[in-house]
Design a protein around this ligand. Sequence first.
Ligand code: MIC
Ligand code: SF4
Length: 638
Amino acid sequence: MKKNLVQKIIEKHLLEGNIISGEEIGIKIDQTLTQDATGTIAYLEFEAMGVKKIKTKLSVSYIDHNTLQTGFENADDHLYLQSIAEKYGLYFSPNGNGVCHQVHLERFSKPGETLIGSDSHTPTAGAIGMLAIGVGGLDVAYALATGRFYLNMPKVVNIKLSEKLNGWSSAKDIILELLRRLTVKGGVGKIFEYSGEGVKTVSVYERATITNMGAELGLTTSIFPSDEQTKKFLKLQNRENDFKEISADEHSEYDEIIEIDLSKIVPLVACPNSPDNVRNVKDIEGTKLDQVIIGSCTNSSLTDLLLVAKILKGKKVKVSTIISPGSKQIFINLLKLGALSDLVESGVRVLEPACGPCIGMGCAPVSGGVSLRTFNRNFKGRSGTDDAEIYISGPVVAAFSALTGKITEPSGKIPRMEVPKKIKIMDDLIIAPRKTDTNVVIFRGKNIVPIKKFNKVSELENVIVGEVVLKLKDNITTDDIIPAGAKILPLRSNIPAISEYVFSKIDSGFVARVHAVAKKSSGIIVAGENYGQGSSREHAALCPKYLGIKVIIAKSYARIHKSNLVNFGIMPLIFKDPTDYEKIDISDKLEIENVQSLPSQKTLTVKNIAKNFSFNVTCDLTERQLKLLLSGGLLNCL
Ligand code: MIC
Ligand code: SF4
């Protein structure tokens, strides 16, 4: 039988189940990655599993999110992570070495292998032909302990690229075009597999922009074949030995096909406050800017920044412009090639390689300010300024706009890009695993608060009585649930402390209300479509659980967040008839009946006691997930 690329990789890694879309499969995981903002909890969970040795071929712990060290919290967390890496035999990429996805692509990714990471943009490594999936930290901990990961086999969609990009259009415009067509929930339950003649014209760094931002479509992951472009990239990285050609069989089957003629792609911008609010640059040209930032795991590659340096060379930026290279390796090569001085002379500020402003760690715009960024997310408030307007574009549009202080359509002759044949390889900061060392003492600062297991949904709770503590609209992000930013991010290892910020940007009375309700019953949240879109942060499940939320009833869920809810024993119920959503209000008392019948029966009846009517909800989980849920979460099942 002819196979597509996804089927080939999954078949090689299949441990349980059948490769049929919608069915649960268990696959072997070759590599894992974590970053510091999700990593501390993930490794606390791993420690709670009591396993002596990691079961993956290669695992890396990155420090890239919480890098400001404004207090002891970050520094303590980093030392905890370093000592865990040393004890259990993981690679450790320290503060300053770069954003996990960029460094992983450059130094560790391998065609044909599997990777899960506790960050939603882990699919970046799909650029090199890896099956790379973003997950919650508990799933990474489980893979470290067992080598396994479970998922519902997604539909595989073939994105057929023809022709090649014209003029100033870039890889960012390809993924923005897909977002324009499909929206932020258009990819849920799907993997995008790229093919076609056009693929040959797209470099690995460009592919990485596309696979990275597939996360904004809600995709499980995106993947490119491993071909001549991959070979060239790995050669540049001095890793030719990791090259392996791998692609779909000719005429293999897909669940769906989407065709894109690259020659028709034009420069695009996502407008506030969603990555799918996409317009042609020319339609919003002239929008006045207060700030331009070029960086993040989406657009901070060597080729991106070399092109920006070419555009800015010999000119002066007209607005505050900030650049952060994706990795130390990119930084040093920009320096060696003279591009860094072109950037600095043009008036650009340079930050160290890290997530930085992308996660609200510095460079917040002025009140009501307008900022153009090459990032992947422009959710309200994520920049650190609640009323700022954030636009998203590729680096070329950002560079031209920096020179005018307004959103500007790129024009003029395209400079000849001299991408070097050889670059300086920079692994010096990465600490490679020695033999696992059982004598290593794990450092635990006072910011590290061990997590506790949760109670089972016991027989007594065959009926859950709860009160609606919040009613939310469609597309609620994990940033809405538990915001990031310089004040809150350093508390990631301290669940009691960070839980005080749950929904703080949406409803400042939420935490007090849940505390009051938790004294007598359970908190229930009601939401619209695509609840929990965005990041992989399991704090968006763990903290509500800690506060006493037992049930969410939504019209639909984002993939990673739904798994996180199950992992922490919160019921992700779905309105059988979405119009019932309209009939429920905050403070309504609900009674969910027959909860223990869930494994055999997937529909439950909910009584709205306050309004005296009943409605049905479904729980479309697999048997394994239902078992986890009723046991109070994955930690209770080990
Ligand atoms: C993000 O881009 O939102 C983050 C911060 O990288 C998150 C992870 C986190 O919240 O720590 C993600 O994308 O998963
Ligand atoms: Fe970091 Fe931003 Fe990428 Fe998240 S999206 S990993 S915060 S650079």
